[in-house]
Design a protein around this ligand. Structure first.
Ligand code: HEC
Length: 293
């Protein structure tokens, strides 16, 4: 339990350049979801942001009304409001979700208070903090576990929701049946590591639509790209550079996958293009994310 006097009124600046007092303006009396990112992160930050965007969509207009999302940069020196604004736009974040920066001292104060004490940028935590200031309840949840489950846990921070649940997400998506990811190779991986950014046959999302990707790119290019997009950008691969430019600098993350993982996920993409029935499951489901990242 963290009470009001635990938090400081440290000033923070949003991705729109507005200044707020951290506790008074952003936390007091609210239900909040807080995580830490930095925009030059090459691995899990963007996957985490994309996963939160999925959760945000499930919560609909509750976000901005009862629930507020804050993504705080761990690299305030580099991530000024302009940089955060561009980053946020890539994820279609919408109202009620602020990306926060400030002076390095101020951000450091807030980090310490919220228990984000990692020494280097690379080993920061990838969970979310859930808080209800009105009741003084705070907890942590995994960003990489089931997105729907996280959406539920967020809504349940509201006591009224515990007494009389109104959230219909689960039933609507699964029809009450337990969701199984089955034994289709590549499927579970696609759901947990790709689906937050890519659709197969439903159009461009945060990243390109992957329907037909196996026809437009050579297979060995796909394997190399999925295993390490950064390496291909580093080598000046023209297709990788063109994609990076097209997606306004948003990089496909380094997910630490093996060639075998990449092969499986490519096969899955190849055999599932256009099967929108499966997309429904994929859009909502998730496994456990890249562990330990
Ligand atoms: C955080 C979002 C994100 C995640 C997660 C992600 N990608 Fe991407 N992906 C992108 C973006 C953005 C691009 C385009 C820009 C670039 O290439 O850097 C891209 C590009 C690609 C491309 C090239 C598409 C083309 O038209 O040639 C492939 C293939 C791909 N991703 C596959 C995957 C697979 C497979 C996974 C999961 C293992 C995955 N991506 C996870 C964001 C993501």
């Amino acid at each position: 339990m963290w009470s009001a006097d635990y938090f400081t009124n440290t000033p923070v600046v949003t991705h729109d350049g507005k200044e707020f007092r951290f506790y008074e303006d952003l936390i007091k009396g609210k239900i909040v979801v807080v995580n830490f990112i930095y925009t030059s992160c090459r691995d899990v930050c963007s996957l985490a942001t994309a996963r939160l965007a999925q959760v945000r969509e499930m919560l609909g207009d509750r976000v901005g009304r009862d629930i507020f999302f804050y993504s705080i940069t761990l690299d305030p020196a580099l991530d000024g409001p302009e940089v955060l604004k561009k980053y946020a736009a890539n994820f279609h974040t919408g109202p009620g979700w602020l990306f926060l920066t400030g002076t390095p001292e101020n951000i450091s104060t807030i980090r310490q208070k919220l228990g984000e004490r990692s020494k280097s940028l690379g080993d920061h935590r990838n969970d979310v903090l859930l808080g209800n200031d009105a009741t003084g309840e705070w907890g942590r949840d995994s960003i990489f576990a089931d997105a729907e489950h996280l959406a539920h846990n967020i809504v349940r921070m509201d006591r009224r929701e515990r007494d009389t649940p109104t959230m219909k997400v689960a039933g609507a998506i699964t029809g009450g049946a337990p969701r199984s990811l089955g034994h289709v190779p590549g499927r579970a991986l696609f759901v947990k590591a790709c689906a937050a950014c890519h659709k197969i046959g439903d159009g461009k999302h945060i990243g390109p639509d992957l329907a037909g990707v196996t026809a437009r790119r050579p297979r060995d290019w796909l394997v190399r790209f999925i295993v390490s997009p950064g390496k291909m950008i580093g080598e000046g691969d023209p297709t990788a550079l063109a994609l990076l430019a097209e997606y306004r600098g948003l990089r496909m993350p380094e997910l630490g996958l093996t060639e075998k993982d990449a092969e499986d996920v490519i096969t899955y993409i190849e055999t599932n293009a256009g099967k929108t029935g499966d997309q429904d499951v994929i859009g909502a489901a998730a496994g456990n994310g890249p562990e330990g990242k």
